[in-house]
Design a protein around this ligand. Structure first.
Ligand code: SF4
Length: 217
């Protein structure tokens, strides 16, 4: 099997697994760029379940960037305290809201790179927003996506460079269903290919995984 066939097979099996096992998070059904961008900030450095627990109350209270901009920051911190890092996270939301309200007339700038002017917003959030909020096939990864790609495709190269991860991710992402593929990898990393004790015995791609084929040391 050549490498292109391998990427295509892994893609298909992971998407098939996702159809049966996907996690049901409200932000995946949202078409609001505001909610999608704010959610990516809320999801940083916490587990998705924590965000799910506050999602409805948060967006009922803060319906747009002007409501965050006008909010008392201590109230905002309190409303997101269940996520951890609430002071830092609230400051990012306040700074972002200020930029959008005062410089962009309340509209999210068309160029997601501009979001990185905000201290605390980096490549992952701006590219994830571009993907999920604007439907662009952007490349981005967090530790969970990186772990999956590294295990399946590059297990012996533990210092694998980011540009190699980007190259492999680009080969793995479909042209159309790229959002589903990202969600599939994230859910697969949470349920099967976890950081500690991956459930290789339940894995639909174990016969294609280089980590699984490594000799036990
Ligand atoms: Fe992850 Fe194990 Fe599956 Fe490889 S075989 S992708 S390490 S769960």
């Amino acid at each position: 099997m050549n490498k292109a066939d391998k990427h295509s097979l892994v893609r298909k099996r992971i998407l098939d697994w996702y159809e049966e096992n996907k996690r049901d998070f409200p932000w995946r059904k949202s078409s609001s760029p505001y909610q999608i961008l704010v959610t990516e900030i809320l999801l940083q450095k916490t587990i998705a379940l924590n965000v799910s627990n506050i999602y409805s109350a948060f967006f009922t209270k803060y319906k747009d960037f002007s409501e965050i901009f006008n909010a008392d920051i201590t109230k905002l911190q309190s409303d997101i305290k269940g996520l951890g890092l609430s002071n830092k996270r609230a400051q990012i939301l306040k700074d972002l809201s200020q930029m959008i309200i005062t410089e962009y007339d309340g509209k999210i700038p068309q160029e997601p790179e501009i979001l990185k002017k905000i201290n605390g917003i980096a490549d992952y959030v701006s590219n994830a927003y571009s993907c999920f909020g604007l439907n662009n096939r952007t490349l981005f990864f967090d530790v969970n996506i990186k772990r999956f790609i590294q295990r399946v495709l590059k297990p012996q190269d533990m210092k694998v460079k980011n540009d190699i991860i980007y190259t492999e991710l680009d080969k793995l992402l479909p042209k159309m269903d790229f959002k589903d593929m990202y969600w599939a990898i994230l859910d697969f990393g949470s349920k099967i290919c976890s950081k500690n004790n991956p459930k290789c015995e339940l894995c639909p791609i174990s016969d294609k995984c280089l980590y699984f084929s490594l000799p036990v040391s």
